[in-house]
Design a protein around this ligand. Sequence first.
Ligand code: SF4
Length: 418
Amino acid sequence: MSGATLLKETGPREVFCGLTSIVWLHRRMPDAFFLVVGSRTCAHLIQSAAGVMIFAEPRFGTAILEERDLAGLADAHDELDRVVNDLLTRRPEIKTLFLVGSCPSEVIKLDLARVAERLNVQLNGRVRVVNYSGSGIETTFTQGEDGALKALVPLMPNVAEKQLLLVGTLANSVEDRLVTLFKRLGIPKVASFPPRQSVDLPSVGPGTKVLLTQPYLSETTRELKNKGAEILKAPYPLGIEGSTLWMKAAAKSFKVNESLLNQTLEPLILRAHKALEPFKEKLSGKRIFLLPESQLEIPLARFLSRECGMELLEVGTPYLNRELMETELQLLPKNTRIMEGQHVDNQLDRVREQKPDLVVCGMGLANPLEAEDISTKWSIEMVFSPIHGIDQAADLAELFSRPLHRNQLLKKNHLAHV
Ligand code: SF4
């Protein structure tokens, strides 16, 4: 399959939980509301993550259940019903309510699927209620999106007609650009999942060709396949090469004329190579270590190595779906060390031993590493930045060259003061 060396480790983990994905999902579907059924810790996480990263109206909240005496579970059900009814009375614009489970044992005892079922009967179609888990015991932060989308698949109408379905949250501007390009190639029907309004769910069926925009959607992909969709094999649309092959996979499936394809893509590719050049100069030869958090690590490593000339010391991933990663693994340099899972202490020991120029990691690990004079990049930034597509390759490279540049400046400044 690939020349990469696939390894596994388990132990203490240091990653964000799936609740974090609410931060970008609620921005994508403004008619939806995400109600975390959890503890004060969950409320604090979601409020501070969303507050720091975006300035949005609250389309998320927390039903705090931890301090209740749950000897009788009826209490918790009543409490949840009360919170939901208050919320929907105050916010009649809500069209889809996601009940999001979390780790506290009080919540684990609740069967949220049954709660959603009961509320759906009560609400009689006025609001759709679905549920998924964002618990840190089960999920890392991007798996929250996988859970949310999986919960929506059963609500998607069936269709037999041939269509292209882009699956995974994209920045709206990037989505517009990609849809325009596919239309220019003559692909008549292109839909996106998740949609921009939760009630405008695309249809799915035997004619649906799925192009994944994000690599962390294993469960959603399985559900879409069960509905008859075909998953197109391609690398992910990160960097010039990945995005080109990604678009070519759709073009092949829709039998797009080759000269039209080349005419459309070549100018973009030329322009993107030119824009990438200055960043390539800065990144080439630099050594990078990616710690596992987002499941974006393998496609990013492929881009950083093949298009930016970086040396991959280790590529961590919280979970490796070999089928969805097959094309990516084939493109990695021979003997790339892929580490699935995490033992954070052992991994940090390897970081210190190898002294990389740059580490991609979670926010919790970034500060301690910076204090040890190791430059870092937060992996969560990759899901908030518009990085997909041929046009965005230079912006993606810039995300990695910025911390290196900053570190150089700091060192220069320090030397000037010695
Ligand atoms: S779901 Fe679990 S890991 Fe996430 S904030 Fe709540 S308690 Fe913490």
